[in-house]
Design a protein around this ligand. Structure first.
Ligand code: GLA
Length: 403
């Protein structure tokens, strides 16, 4: 009898755990969109900055375009109080994180925060190892909606990583608040195989992006194309509620001094930034801007706020594009969309303008589409065959609309 009770208990417990995991997968059915402090501001953050950015999210149309999560990265922490509760730096955040969350929520935005699966974060601040439940409760009580959880100062092996991430995900679930969990171990332990089961909605697949197109051979610091090289092959692992995260958008940074300007991060041109937006949208990646949105120029706004491109990222079919061609001249991605449309991205990887020629037949698709150029905001007037020119490093984005 006692044994029977124990096994019934175990079955119930595992059913409860499974439904928790299911719930976690429902937290971000589409790729999260937002803005994060790190790439430009690094540790130079405070509550005035977050309020200013929240205001600008509203006034620039970023919020209306879907950029909802405002995420405070590393550098907010002020240690622990006498009861071991994690606290914000009282100089940077004198009103506290709860007040900030209230401010952000009042605008219909969501607030994210950062910690790490070790005693200290990457930048050396207080982190959450062995305080997972207590910190999750604190984050929930502040009104936090997203946790980026880093892996600096933690053991290399995969089992420890899986276990530490699962512990924090369970703690977040137990907190009773819906908090999206972003796993950030830089791809070293192939998180695309396990991060969703560990409770993550998104997982970084690479090291930190630098504000550059591509690393010179033999040098450090990954640019846009170095990251696409890895993340572009991982489409099989993404789907609704589980997203490959190729790190933040560098769009509009133009080499500004900050964490993504080191290791050759001299900045990109607008054609290259347009390519990042196109490729991240095709890869169903989180769209997390990092530029100073209070002073964005028109080119940056045009790129970050393009509704046709955002619609491809946020498409309800929730499918990451497949890379269908990769050679010395082109990278081509195809993304099935809800309702039978397709998105097609064509990137010229060479250093000179190139002519292109396409037919739906080449793409393995039946006829019956009209072709829309999502950057020029016009129907090409073509049906199943079309051609044109693409500048060096430019990505053209077409929507193949089913007739
Ligand atoms: C790591 C992460 C970055 C950022 C910093 C903060 O490098 O990968 O995205 O969060 O830590 O210290």
């Amino acid at each position: 009898m006692k044994q029977l009770m124990i096994s019934i208990g175990l079955v119930l417990l595992s059913a409860a755990m499974q439904s928790q995991v299911k719930l976690r997968k429902e937290l971000s059915p589409l790729p999260p969109m937002g803005w994060m402090t790190w790439n430009l501001y690094g540790e130079r953050i405070d509550e005035a900055l977050i309020r200013k950015v929240a205001d600008a999210m509203e006034s620039t149309g970023m919020a209306a375009a879907g950029y909802r999560y405002l995420i405070i990265d590393d550098g907010w922490q002020g240690g622990r109080d006498k009861k071991n509760n994690i606290i914000a730096d009282p100089v940077k955040f004198p009103s506290g994180i709860k007040a900030l969350a209230d401010y952000v929520h009042a605008k219909g935005l969501k607030l994210g925060i950062y910690s790490d699966a070790a005693p200290l974060t990457c930048a050396g601040y207080t982190a959450s190892l062995n305080f997972e439940e207590q910190d999750a409760r604190t984050f929930a009580s502040w009104g936090i909606d997203y946790l980026k959880y880093d892996y600096c100062n933690a053991p290399e092996d995969s089992n420890t990583a899986k276990q530490r991430y699962t512990t924090m995900a369970n703690a977040l679930t137990k907190s009773g608040r819906d908090i999206v969990f972003g796993i950030c171990e830089w791809g070293g332990r192939k998180p695309w195989f396990w991060a969703s089961n560990a409770g993550g909605s998104v997982w970084r697949t690479t090291g930190d992006i630098r504000d550059k197109w591509k690393a010179k051979p033999g040098t450090d610091g990954e640019g846009i194309m170095d990251i696409v090289a890895v993340n572009g092959s991982l489409d099989a692992y993404a789907g609704s509620g589980r997203w490959n995260d190729p790190d933040m958008l560098v769009i509009g940074l133009y080499g500004a001094k900050g964490p993504s300007s080191d290791l050759g991060g001299i900045g990109c041109n607008d054609t290259e930034y347009q390519s990042q937006m196109s490729l991240w949208s095709m890869m169903a990646a989180p769209l997390i801007a990092t530029n100073d949105i209070t002073t964005m120029n028109e080119a940056t706004k045009r790129i970050l706020l393009n509704p046709e491109v955002i619609a491809i990222n946020q498409d309800a079919a929730a499918i990451q594009a497949k890379r269908i061609r990769r050679d010395a001249q082109w990278e081509i991605f195809l993304k099935p969309l809800d309702g039978g449309d397709y998105a097609l991205a064509v990137l010229n990887v060479t250093e000179t303008e190139q002519p292109y020629n396409f037919s739906t037949e080449d793409l393995g698709l039946a006829a019956g589409f009209v072709i829309r150029d999502c950057w020029e905001h016009r129907l090409t007037g073509k049906k199943n065959k079309w051609s044109g020119k693409i500048a060096a490093h430019e990505t053209k984005l077409f929507r193949l609309i089913k007739k």
